[in-house]
Design a protein around this ligand. Structure first.
Ligand code: ATP
Ligand code: MG
Length: 558
C-alpha cells in the first residue's frame, strides 16, 4: 500500500538518489527491501543518528519491507549495556519499531570465525606477524603502491594453524593479525591486504571472555548484513572508499544475498557538538549534566529539553538525503519544533526576570478572576481564569527609566495594556541603594477591562504579568548553543559560556500548578517551555526552555 504513495513517505523528499537506486534494483531480480540501523553501543544516540534511523526505517516502510536494529558490538573496549538500553529507548521514542528483529553482531562471532577460516582455505587470507608500525610503513601512499608482507605466502595449513592459535589465546595483543590477501598495489588503499581480525584480550559486554580475537569493521559489517539478508546497507560517506572491500568480502564468501552498500552525507549541525567521541568527553569532563543534558543534541538531551518525536522526524524530512556534505543551521531544527508546538501548546504568562508593579488605585486585598483564552487561535484548548491583583510581577525589561524613542512599553507617563486585563500608566518607580529599580507604581483605568474599552486609545505595547500573591515560583533553564565559532581555536569552536542561564525566580501564573514532567507550555513572549524530567518536583517546578519564539530560519516553501 505504501508503495503507491511514494509522495507521502516519511522521507518527505521524493526521488532522492537512494530511491532511484532501490527502484533500479527492484526492476531486476530483487523483490524486497530490507535495511538495518547498526549503532555501535559506545554512547548515546544523537540527532545525526536520527537521520539514519528515519532513513532506514523510512525506506522499509516506504517499500513495504523490513528494518533491523543491529548493535554493531564488535569492539569490546568501549561498549556497554547502558548504551544498548538507551539506544533502544531512543528509537522507540522516535516512533520506530524493529519488531522481533533485534540483533547483536557479537552473536555472529562464531560464524565470522568460520568465514575467516573459509577465506584462509581459499588462499584469500593470511596470518601476518608485522607490527602495526611496520604495516603502516609498508602500506604505501595514494601515489605509491604498498609492499607485500613477508608472511603473505604462508601455506594454507600454516595459516589455519596460526589463526586457530590466535583464537586460543597463544599470542599477545598486536603480535599477529589476519589479513585479507587482495592487492598491495591497488589504487584503493583499503584493498591493500587489510587486517580483518586482530588480537584483543579484552572483556566483551556480551561474549565476556570467550573471544580474544575480534573482527575488524570492514570484514564484520558485510558479513553481518549478509547473514541478516539485508538488501540495502545504507551508511555514511566515509565508507565510500571501503565499498570495494565490502563487495570483496561478500563475493569471496559467496553469500547468496548480495547487499548493496549506499552512502549518504552525514548530518552536521551548526554550533553544536555531534560526534560521540566529543559528546563522551563533555560528559566525562563534567561540562554538561550527563548524556541527557538539554543542551546536547543527543536524542535523550533534546527529548528532555522538550522536543517532540514529530519535530525530529519533520526535521529529518526537511533536510533530505544527499551525497554532498553540508552544515545544517540549528535554526532549522528550532523551526521544526516551533511548527509542531505552535497550534497545540497552551499559552500562559510567566515572568522570567520579575519586578513588582503596584497599581496604586486598585483596591488592596481584592482578587479579580479574568478569563483568558489558552490559545489565540486554537479554541479547543479552552479558557482559564487568571487572578488579577493590586501587586503584579512584570518583566524587568518591560520598563525603562530613560526610554529610547521606539520603546512602547513602560516608562514614567506611558500607558500599556496588561495582557487580558487593564490599561495601566506608570506614575513612579522606586530604586534601591544600588540604583536598581525594585518597584513600579502605576494607575489603572477600570474602563479598559479585558481591553474592551480601548477604542480610539493609542496603546502600542501589551505586556504580560503575574499576580504576586498567586504566583508560582519556579526555575527556568534558558539555553543557547553549546558552542560558538572561533577561528582562533584549533577546533574551530569553543564552549559557549552562556549556553545555560538559570532564571531562579521565574514567576508563573497558577496554571502551571500540578504540571508533570514533559508537560509543555508557551510562556507568552518568552518561548516554549517543558517541565524538566530530572529535577522538577511538584513543590519546585523546573522548566527547560525548548526554544524561544523568534526564528532566524525561513523555510523554503514550494
Ligand atoms: P559518531 O561519529 O557520532 O560516533 P558513528 O557513525 O560512529 O557516529 P555509529 O553508532 O557507528 O556511530 O552509527 C550508527 C549509524 O548512524 C551508522 O550507520 C552511521 O553512519 C549513522 N550516523 C552516525 N552519525 C551520523 C550523522 N551525523 N548523520 C547521519 N548518520 C549518522
Ligand atoms: Mg562508530
Amino acid at each position: 500500500m505504501e508503495n503507491e504513495n511514494a509522495n507521502e513517505n516519511s522521507l518527505g523528499n521524493t526521488g532522492n538518489f537512494i530511491h532511484t537506486y532501490i527502484n533500479e534494483d527492484l526492476k531486476g531480480e530483487l523483490n524486497r527491501v530490507h535495511t538495518r540501523f547498526p549503532p555501535e553501543p559506545n554512547g548515546y544516540l544523537h540527532i545525526g543518528h536520527a537521520k539514519s534511523i528515519c532513513l532506514n526505517f523510512g525506506l522499509a516502510k516506504l517499500y513495504g519491507g523490513k528494518c533491523n536494529l543491529r548493535f554493531d558490538d564488535t569492539n569490546p573496549a568501549k561498549e556497554d549495556t547502558e548504551f544498548v538500553n538507551s539506544i533502544k529507548d531512543d528509537i522507540k521514542w522516535l516512533g520506530f519499531d524493529w519488531e522481533d528483529r533485534l540483533f547483536f553482531a557479537s552473536s555472529y562471532f562464531e560464524k565470522m570465525y568460520e568465514y575467516a577460516v573459509l577465506l584462509i582455505k581459499k588462499g584469500k587470507a593470511f596470518v601476518c606477524d608485522m607490527t602495526a608500525e611496520e604495516m603502516k610503513d609498508a602500506r604505501g601512499t595514494l601515489n605509491a603502491p604498498g609492499k607485500e608482507s613477508p608472511y603473505r605466502n604462508r601455506s594454507v595449513e600454516e595459516n589455519l594453524d596460526l589463526f586457530e592459535r590466535m583464537k586460543n589465546g597463544e599470542f599477545k595483543d598486536g603480535e599477529k593479525t589476519l589479513r585479507a590477501k587482495i592487492d598491495m598495489s591497488s589504487a584503493n588503499i583499503n584493498m591493500r591486504d587489510p587486517v580483518i581480525y586482530r588480537i584483543a584480550h579484552a572483556y566483551h559486554h556480551a561474549t565476556k571472555d570467550k573471544w580474544c580475537i575480534y573482527p575488524m569493521y570492514d570484514f564484520a559489517h558485510p558479513v553481518e548484513d549478509a547473514i541478516e539478508e539485508i538488501t540495502h546497507s545504507i551508511c555514511t560517506m566515509e565508507f565510500e572508499d571501503h565499498r570495494p572491500l565490502y563487495d570483496w568480502v561478500i563475493n569471496e564468501i559467496d553469500f547468496p544475498v548480495k547487499p548493496r552498500q549506499i552512502e549518504f552525507a552525514k548530518l552536521n549541525l551548526s554550533n553544536t557538538i555531534m560526534g560521540k567521541r566529543f559528546l563522551r568527553a563533555l560528559v566525562e569532563e563534567g561540562k554538561v549534566d550527563g548524556w541527557n543534558d538539554p543542551r546536547l543534541i543527543t536524542l535523550s538531551g533534546i527529548r528532555r529539553r522538550g522536543y517532540t518525536p514529530e519535530s525530529i522526524r519533520k526535521f529529518c524530512d526537511m533536510i533530505g538525503v544527499s551525497k554532498a556534505n553540508s552544515i545544517v543551521d540549528t535554526a532549522q531544527l528550532e523551526y521544526c519544533i516551533r511548527e509542531d508546538l505552535k497550534d497545540k501548546t497552551p499559552v500562559i504568562m510567566s515572568v522570567l526576570d520579575p519586578i513588582k508593579l503596584i497599581i496604586t488605585n486598585y483596591p488592596e486585598n481584592e482578587t479579580e478572576m479574568l478569563e483568558i483564552e489558552n490559545h489565540p487561535e486554537n479554541e479547543s484548548l479552552g479558557k482559564r481564569q487568571v487572578p488579577f491583583t493590586r501587586e503584579l510581577y512584570i518583566e524587568r525589561s518591560d520598563f525603562m527609566e530613560e526610554p529610547p524613542k521606539k520603546f512602547f512599553r513602560l516608562s514614567v507617563g506611558k500607558e500599556v495594556r496588561l495582557k487580558g486585563a487593564y490599561f495601566v500608566t506608570c506614575t513612579d518607580f522606586v530604586k534601591d541603594e544600588n540604583g536598581v529599580v525594585t518597584e513600579l507604581h502605576c494607575t489603572y483605568d477600570p474602563e479598559t477591562k479585558s481591553g474592551l474599552n480601548f477604542m480610539g486609545r493609542k496603546v502600542k505595547g501589551t505586556i504580560h504579568w503575574v499576580s504576586v500573591p498567586n504566583a508560582v515560583k519556579t526555575k527556568a533553564m534558558l539555553y543557547e548553543n553549546l558552542t560558538v565559532e572561533d577561528e582562533n581555536d584549533e577546533k574551530g569552536y569553543r564552549f559557549n559560556p552562556n549556553s545555560l542561564t538559570i532564571a531562579e525566580n521565574c514567576m508563573c501564573e497558577p496554571a502551571v500548578k500540578g504540571a508533570k514532567p514533559m508537560d509543555r507550555f508557551q510562556f507568552i513572549r518568552n518561548g516554549y517551555f517543558c517541565v524538566d524530567s530530572k529535577n522538577s518536583t511538584d513543590e519546585n517546578l523546573v522548566f527547560n526552555r525548548i526554544v524561544s519564539l523568534k526564528s532566524s530560519f525561513k523555510p523554503n516553501l514550494k
